[in-house]
Design a protein around this ligand. Sequence first.
Ligand code: TYM
Length: 356
Amino acid sequence: MPDVTTGAAAPNPHLAPYEARGLKGRILSGVQPTGNLHLGNYLGAIRNFARLQDDYECLYCVVDMHAITVWQDPALLSSQTREIAAAFLAAGVDGTKHAIFNQSMVPQHAQLAWIFNCVARLGWMNRMTQFKEKAGKDRENASLGLYAYPALMAADILIYKATHVPVGEDQKQHLELTRDIAIKFNNDFHAPDFFPITEPLIFGAATRVMSLRDGTKKMSKSDPSDYSRINLTDDADAIAQKIRRAKTDPLPMPETTSDAEKRPDADNLLGIYAALADMEKDAVIFEFAGKQFSEFKAALTETAVAKLGPIGSEMQRLMKDPGHVDKVLHEGAEKARAIAEPILAETYKIVGFLKP
Ligand code: TYM
């Protein structure tokens, strides 16, 4: 709120403790262990997790409770949970400095989620596009958990009073809901500033990576065609084959940004290249303007293999050592619980629950 006398924005009380330690805030982000971790997850989120870790205190969570909002085979769920943790580590997140853990090991997420179920309004939930997409036409048969999914996501974030959340663009609506829940809780319970108004961190040249088979559709874990995505565990041959078969149009490479924007398949590949090569998209367009797609695809393959290959092999190596991954998860959960417990206790007091 602006200061009435000076008009300047009041300092954010949630940021002050981090700023005092030379940090920019506290991050929480999550990834579902639902298989086929792909280039979109990496460029939109996981790569940024590692890039932010020197400036923020970070909690990175494998959201196994979100995963079961649609049916998951129990044995697969366990191995996929370890695989996501392995991906965080392989991407460079320091699990000794930050917390890497799975959601179900920290019961405070579910406890706060119940309170948020009672704060969030049905009208808000009805507007969530991800529910509509996931439930599809058979809405009556969707789980209650899938409907309440965004309230649990708000709890994931606010149980740590996280100030920032790095995600891909598809999570923007959920983060707006998180802000609405925080504002309503703070107002309803006359607890000004209790929960922070979390800032999304959506950045990089590929905040929304599209399918390699259809540049108008998001790259997704659930697409039935494996050719639609590059998985983080794909080897060099698979990456090369998928890029070779990626959909393009019959024209040469776009010459300008506005030309690229009208051609979704080309635009998507240009964004992927820019993100992998750490370049601005405009610079990539300039470099390949008017050239044949075959030339561009060869360069894209080389960059993708060089950047993703080491991550895929490190993931495979870590997956052969589940004991180590479990240790990281247990230690991470312990750190996370130590932060979550007092925040939940304070929340319970505000709500009027008697002390256990
Ligand atoms: P999930 O598991 O679907 O995706 C994990 C992260 O990957 C990003 N992402 C993409 N980014 C760019 N292009 C794409 N094609 C693409 N596909 C996925 C997502 O935006 C996300 O950042 N609801 C979340 C999980 C979650 C969460 C949280 C995230 C649960 N609680 C709290 C942040 C904070 C989800 O389903 O992500």
